[in-house]
Design a protein around this ligand. Structure first.
Ligand code: APR
Length: 231
């Protein structure tokens, strides 16, 4: 059974990481476009560097750990092996820490920097800013967070569409359906592969009508149960 799972911020909420679209419409006190767009970065790079440095420090706090939903997906992968693919919109590394291996972080990774001079993607656990030198090429002024911002192309799209076109089961977990192309993956999986489709979320997403089945509740409760059911 070939399975593709897409995850979003909701799967990490119970690990203590805030979702993007809270009730106040802000991401950790900022307008999303100010800290997640090339324009916002050009206008005020200091704020953007500081913002991601703060997010990275928070992610590395000892109390932030993978939860039962992350672990359940790693268990599903253990059973399915190469027939499983996990695509995440999250920039945290909680899936990796839970043991997921076949994992494509389509919106980038908080614990990496990107150098526009040498195109390197160095692992990064501390802070960095405009003045920081790239460890690979030694140039400063070229590092930015390895995060896909609005208006930029998500990563791994070829591999993702290939897997979607061949899957028998597609599930979207903890994502509000606001952001494309991820919000349209369910249509690709159903149209091209005839996949069975599941939405698992706290509440109905913007695209809930696109799914055959919806299960609503906290990720730590509904994801382990769903994994048991499909296995
Ligand atoms: N369990 C399950 N779902 C939850 C939980 C929980 N404990 N808590 C919140 N949710 C749901 C919310 O109801 C919401 O529908 O998770 C969803 C999170 O939605 P968003 O905050 O919009 O996050 P996401 O869909 O991942 O955002 C997509 O937007 O800003 C960009 O690039 C960023 O990757 C991000 C993308």
């Amino acid at each position: 059974m070939r399975v593709v799972v897409l995850t979003g911020a909701g799967i990490s909420a119970e690990s203590g990481i805030r979702t993007f679209r809270g009730s106040d419409g802000l991401w950790e006190g900022h307008h999303i476009e100010d800290v997640a767009s090339p324009d916002g970065f050009r206008r005020d790079p200091d704020t953007v560097y500081r913002f991601y440095n703060d997010r990275r420090r928070q992610l590395l706090q000892p109390e932030i750990q993978p939860n039962a939903a992350h672990l359940a997906l790693a268990r599903l992968e253990e059973k399915l092996g190469d027939d499983f693919l996990l695509v995440t919109q999250n920039i945290d590394d909680l899936h990796k820490r839970a043991g997921s291996l076949r994992l494509l972080p389509m919106h980038g990774e908080l614990r990496r920097a990107r150098c526009s001079a040498c195109l390197g993607l160095p692992d990064w656990d501390g802070d960095f800013d405009e003045k920081t030198k790239c460890p690979a090429c030694g140039k400063s002024g070229h590092l930015r967070p390895h995060v896909v911002w609005f208006g930029e192309m998500p990563l791994y799209m070829e591999d993702i569409y290939t897997a979607l076109a061949q899957c028998e089961v597609f599930a979207a977990i903890g994502t509000s359906g606001n952001v494309y192309p991820a919000a349209g993956f369910v249509d690709v999986a159903r149209r091209q592969a005839g996949a069975r489709s599941f939405e698992l979320n706290l509440e109905k997403s913007l695209v809930h009508n696109a799914f055959e089945e919806g299960r609503y509740g906290k990720a730590t409760e509904i994801v382990p149960k769903w994994v048991d059911d499909i296995l």
